[in-house]
Ligand binder design. Structure first.
Ligand SMILES: *[C@@H]1O[C@H](CO)[C@@H](O)[C@H](O)[C@H]1NC(C)=O
Ligand SMILES: *[C@@H]1O[C@H](CO)[C@@H](O)[C@H](O)[C@H]1NC(C)=O
Ligand SMILES: *[C@@H]1O[C@H](CO)[C@@H](O)[C@H](O)[C@H]1NC(C)=O
Length: 382
């Protein structure tokens, strides 16, 4: 070590070595001692640096910059979810940030994949007490995000799972691109938490039809993501396609489906990063082309058809006719009714036939809360 340091010193500035020849022996000795001291000091500081890292070094000279409480110089700061959802990023900034993707597949830490429950609402969540029960005991396996009207102030107590889960929101209008914007905003905010692996879009009138563990197993063991995407050749399907969307969107790729999706992280990134299909849909899919029924199903079919189940896991009752789905009221909610809607149809799950097709249902009026809480332990087991 010593010799290496000395030779380094010499290499840096060879002139003193030449001069030493004419210097007296005592001075030479002093110089030698000084060099040894230098070497010793370098050695000590180097090993301190190695042992305690940069933090140990700056501990001597207090920096004027004080890091935020809890900010570490380790991996932590990159994998911890944001503590405050109310950031000041614009959509453009947020989408850019949300689509930063690690290139190495294997996570160098213990990652518990979480499900992001994203509530697209007008304001209050009248069925919140039912959801509170649903989430109870499953902390660390889910995250919640709420997009409401910007004017709406949340009212949840700190003990609630919904407390401070609102994201920066903007006005939305049904049937327009602003609705897709809100959904992309929810996805982007949820993507900021690297542990979120599955993303479910819900509304304030949605209820879960099974307990948390069942839903988690169903979703995480599925080879496919659940988004409705079908090729409707009629006037309300292909009839809404505009030739101007080619060549980005071909009529054979045009899909329709309800907006209540469940998608994995890869598809969520596909949606948030999209700059190719967005302008086409924005310009050429206006009422009576309802963009929220076509944009995601079509672009995901083009991007990743093999990852889609092409069906939704959210039950909507259209049987009563009209342009809006039926709303279930207080009188509808019974044990029988809920058991029946759970197994209404058959569908395929990982290639097999099943009667478990729907994990969520809508639309439930606020008045259904009381009977729902009453029958939940009997039907849903929560
Ligand atoms: C649309 O796709 C079909 C089959 O994939 C193809 O035959 C047709 O030429 C395409 N049309 C356009 C306008 O690209
Ligand atoms: C969903 O539809 C696409 C075509 O749009 C198809 O390629 C894919 O295999 C379908 N998914 C399933 C699970 O059948
Ligand atoms: C699944 O259901 C379809 C019709 O719904 C039927 O044709 C098919 O034979 C069933 N497959 C199995 C494996 O039971």
């Amino acid at each position: 070590m010593q010799t290496r340091v000395m030779s380094l010193e010499e290499g840096k500035d060879p002139s003193p070595v030449i001069r030493t020849r004419v210097l007296p022996v005592r001075l030479l000795l002093k110089l030698f001692m000084f060099l040894i001291l230098c070497a010793l000091f370098s050695f000590i500081s180097l090993s301190t640096f190695k042992r305690y890292g940069f933090d140990g070094m700056v501990g001597v000279v207090k920096p004027s910059y004080q890091p935020c409480i809890g900010e570490s110089s380790g991996l932590d700061r990159w994998i911890r979810p944001p503590s405050n959802l109310m950031h000041t990023m614009s959509d453009e900034e947020l989408f850019w940030r949300a689509t930063l993707v690690p290139r190495i597949r294997k996570y160098p830490f213990n990652r518990t994949p979480k499900i992001a429950f994203m509530f697209l609402t007008k304001g209050p969540l009248p069925l919140a007490p039912l959801w509170e029960r649903f989430f109870k005991g499953h902390e660390g396996r889910y995250s919640i995000y709420i997009h409401s009207l910007p004017s709406y102030d949340e009212e949840f107590p700190p003990t609630s799972v919904f407390y401070r889960r609102n994201i920066p929101s903007q006005l939305t209008q049904w049937g327009t691109m602003s609705l897709c914007d809100a959904e992309r905003r929810l996805l982007a905010n949820a993507l900021l938490d690297i542990s979120n692996e599955r993303f479910i879009l819900l509304s304030e009138s949605c209820i879960p039809l099974y307990k948390f563990n069942f839903i988690q197993n169903y979703i995480t063991n599925s080879k496919y993501s659940f988004i409705g995407a079908f090729d409707d050749v009629g006037p309300f399907g292909r009839g809404r396609y505009d030739e101007n969307m080619a060549p980005e969107v071909n009529i054979t790729e045009w899909r329709k489906g309800s907006q209540w999706f469940e998608i994995n992280r890869r598809l969520a990134i596909n949606i948030v990063e999209d700059t190719i299909f967005y302008p086409k849909f924005e310009a050429f899919c206006k009422p009576n082309c309802y963009v929220d029924e076509h944009y995601f199903p079509t672009m995901l079919t083009i991007r990743a058809a093999n990852l889609l189940a092409n069906r939704s896991i959210t039950l909507v009752d259209w049987s009563r006719g009209g342009s809006h789905p039926a709303t279930f009221g207080k009188g509808d909610v019974t044990v029988d009714f809920l058991k029946k809607i759970r197994e209404k149809t058959t569908c395929t799950y990982n290639g097999r036939n099943t009667t478990v097709c729907y994990l969520f249902a809508r639309k439930f009026a606020p008045s259904t809360l009381e009977p729902l809480l009453e029958v939940a332990p009997k039907v849903f087991d929560f």
